[in-house]
Write a protein that binds this ligand. Structure first.
Ligand code: 0WD
Length: 255
């Protein structure tokens, strides 16, 4: 019996084959999950469709998580195609490029609200809309980064957003626990993806972590995928409201 055999997973946040969500999708597929995918915009659709099709996805739908009507339409499709959700993966974040360099102090109101809306509120919006589709035993997960806890140069408003995201995970876990639905975050080490390329000095960060992390290497999307698989499976049945680090141990280091 494979680890997530027969479970239905909905994955938001595959942009290409470097995406963390793609590492998660591959691990879930390998262990028997049926997967649905979303994309935002035509350029991303061109990349997501072939990837999703290669994993026999029955559902490939557009969804801009900044739009409630998109989220509602997505959940109606999920209801028709699968009738339930066992695994919900939120691997989405967005901040304007100009917010991801220089001083946090220079964050604009609009930049702050956009980062919060797309990177934080979207998880709550999705879970709200999916509430009656989430089956008992379901696992919801999101992706975060240690810039939520300590100051990482240039991460700025996204660090503030990730702190709010991690708090949202705890509140959602408390709300949904009585229905036996679990909500957790994976705090990944830096990985070279489309989203990461927007952060000033990302290359330097990657090199530093690779040299100084306890495991002396950077995190891969397979590392994250395998932890996500554990969170999605019943092996983690007692774990909710947690932020799990998958970062080669980097966050335990000081000097
Ligand atoms: O180092 C890293 N790459 C880390 C990423 C370390 C720790 C955490 N993370 C987080 C990110 O903050 C994000 O929450 O992992 C999550 C996934 O990010 P990723 O895999 O690094 O990046 P990417 O492959 O770019 O996927 C994120 C996608 C978007 O890509 P682009 O680059 O086009 O913005 O999120 C999606 C989009 O596909 N996205 C949206 N989806 C729906 N509605 C929206 C939106 N409004 N905006 C962005």
């Amino acid at each position: 019996m494979r680890l997530v055999e027969g479970k239905v997973g909905l994955i938001l946040g595959v942009a290409n084959d470097h995406s963390i969500a793609w590492g998660i999708a591959q691990a879930l597929h390998r262990e028997g999950a049926q997967l649905g995918f979303t994309y935002v915009g035509n350029a991303i659709e061109k990349r997501v469709r072939p990837l999703a099709t290669s994993l026999q996805a029955e559902l490939i739908e557009p969804c801009d998580v900044g739009r409630d009507e998109d989220i509602a339409a997505l959940m109606e499709r999920v209801r028709t195609v699968y009738g339930r959700i066992d695994i919900l993966v939120h691997a989405i974040a967005f901040a304007q490029r100009e917010e991801l360099k220089g001083e946090y102090l220079e964050t604009t109101r609009q930049g702050f609200l956009t980062a919060m809306d797309i990177s934080v509120y979207s998880l709550t919006a999705l879970v709200r809309a999916a509430r009656d589709l989430l089956a008992p035993g379901a696992s919801v997960m999101t992706l975060t980064y240690h810039g939520s806890q300590q100051v990482v140069p240039n991460y700025n408003v996204m660090g503030v957003a990730k702190a709010a995201l991690e708090a949202s995970v705890r509140y959602l876990a408390a709300d949904l626990g009585p229905q036996q639905i679990r909500v957790n975050a994976i705090s990944a080490g830096p990985i070279r993806t489309l989203a990461a390329s927007g952060i000033a000095g990302f290359r330097t960060m990657l090199d530093h972590v690779g040299e100084h992390a306890p495991l002396r290497r950077n995190t891969t999307i397979d590392d994250v995928g395998n932890t996500a698989l554990w969170l999605a499976s019943d092996l983690s049945s007692g774990v909710t409201g947690e932020t799990l680090y998958v970062d080669s141990g980097y966050h335990i280091m000081m000097m």
